[in-house]
Design a protein around this ligand. Structure first.
Ligand code: GDP
Length: 416
């Protein structure tokens, strides 16, 4: 039997034009993850456009991709290398990054931060913002690619200077001792093989770091947590209901008693189905159907959470959280906000700003504020109109990650 290939998701972070798509294209090319035909097609396309060949042309864009009810303007590409599938997710801006984070399924296991070494590009506010969001969302595995190293003549001193500037920001977001790779995505230096142009560099290639990230068992971490499943859909049978959703953490087994919150009802699982087939047990990441006796289940709906009765979280009406207000928005105490955590949703308001800071520009947090502006982060108390199930982000990540919206998303946050 052929072993299923392991898959790991890596986000590419960084300001537009710093070379994210070029790096992905180069990785696809060097690992032979795309066909010769696709390469020829991209060559022909560059010719027709009268342009130089761009590795970015090797990427297919999936602009209308929908996941979890959101349209994602991201580009994905799969790099196959030594039995591992690396799904690379190119997030063009912070809006897409936020949308991407909303759908637990597409959250990255690891990230590559790209900073262009070109003199007029370097460290930008958008780069810092991406980094802050990655730290807020607990992405621990991160490597920094200082790209376009060819534009500074592969100069070690200049590389060290950029590394120093980026390190200050990284430290302020809690990232210590990260690795930096001097890269030219365009010319292929240190992408999949070490470059002769940077003999002073003694570290790994970008691919080498990706392999290091893949050694980590991300699924196992989530599997060891108590089972949590958000109901996405409910179907009626004669005297049974099928609750369909994705198992965000843990495992569920036939016969186990589950509680459905915030309704506070409990039922034994009669049958578990994955793609129409009955199974004894469902694992983290699988889309499952739970078949339960219909009695007492009239009010079960999308957004409810199924948990083992012996290890469940209770619904709450207030949470303490760390939030980040997205650029161009503002939130005042008492503003009517919708709060969404996967498929759970209710109205809410911030009742207290404990302290706030602009992680990109400030050094000292401000206390007793009554509004949070774009680019600002804050520790707040949020009151919910109806009780929802939340847990600390550090304990059960999918249950502690949410977004706040007015007519559009205004902030992302985690429960502390
Ligand atoms: P993205 O917006 O971050 O995806 O950036 P792209 O990959 O589209 O690259 C933006 C521009 O930078 C393109 O014109 C690329 O050819 C160029 N570029 C990307 N990587 C390099 C590099 O390593 N060296 C040089 N000189 N140019 C690069």
């Amino acid at each position: 039997m052929q072993m299923a290939e392991r898959e790991i998701k890596i986000s590419l972070l960084g300001h537009k034009d710093h070379g994210k798509s070029t790096l992905i294209g180069r990785l696809l090319y060097e690992t032979h993850s795309i066909t010769e035909d696709r390469i020829n097609e991209a060559r022909a396309m560059s010719k027709t456009l009268g342009k130089e060949f761009e590795y970015a042309f090797l990427l297919d864009s999936f602009e209308e991709e929908r996941e979890g009810g959101f349209t994602l303007d991201t580009t994905r590409a799969q790099v196959h290398h030594n039995g591992v599938i690396y799904e690379l997710i190119d997030v063009p801006g912070h809006k897409e990054l936020v949308k991407n984070m909303l759908t637990g399924a597409s959250l990255a296991h690891a990230a590559i931060l790209i900073v262009s070494a070109q003199k007029d590009e370097r460290l930008r506010d958008e780069t810092k913002l991406h980094l802050y969001l990655a730290s807020l969302l607990g992405i621990k595995n991160l490597v920094v690619a200082i790209n376009k190293i060819d534009t500074i003549d592969y100069d070690e001193e200049e590389f060290s200077r950029i590394k120093g500037e980026v390190s200050v920001i990284l430290k302020s977001f809690g990232y210590e001792e990260l690795s930096f790779v001097p890269v030219s995505a365009k010319k292929g230096d240190n992408v999949a093989s070490l470059s002769g142009a940077t003999p002073w560099y003694k570290g790994k290639t970008v691919m080498g770091f990706m392999e290091e990230f893949s050694a980590f068992d991300y699924e196992k971490e989530l599997e060891q947590l108590p089972a949590r499943m958000f109901v996405q859909d409910v179907y009626d049978l004669d005297d049974e209901k099928i609750l369909v959703g994705r198992l965000e953490t843990g495992t569920l087994a036939v016969g186990e008693e589950v509680s459905i919150e915030p309704l506070g009802i409990a039922h034994g699982i009669d049958e578990l189905k994955i793609k129409y087939e009955s199974v004894k047990e469902a694992r983290v990441g699988q889309n499952v159907g739970l078949m339960l006796a219909a009695e007492g289940m009239a009010n079960v709906k999308r957004g409810n959470v199924c948990m083992p009765s012996k290890n469940k979280a209770r619904p709450v009406k207030s949470i303490n959280a760390r939030i980040f207000c997205l650029p161009g928005n503002e939130i005042k105490i008492g503003d009517d906000l919708s709060i969404t955590c996967v498929s759970q949703e209710t109205r809410s308001k911030i009742s207290k700003v404990i302290k706030k800071i602009n992680p990109i520009f400030d050094k000292e947090p401000k206390e007793n504020a009554d509004e949070i502006r774009g680019w600002e982060a804050a520790e707040v108390q949020i009151d919910l109109k109806d009780p929802l199930v939340f847990e600390k982000f550090s304990k059960v990540p999918p249950m502690g990650r949410f977004v706040l919206s007015k007519s559009i998303i205004v902030a992302v946050g985690v429960v502390i």
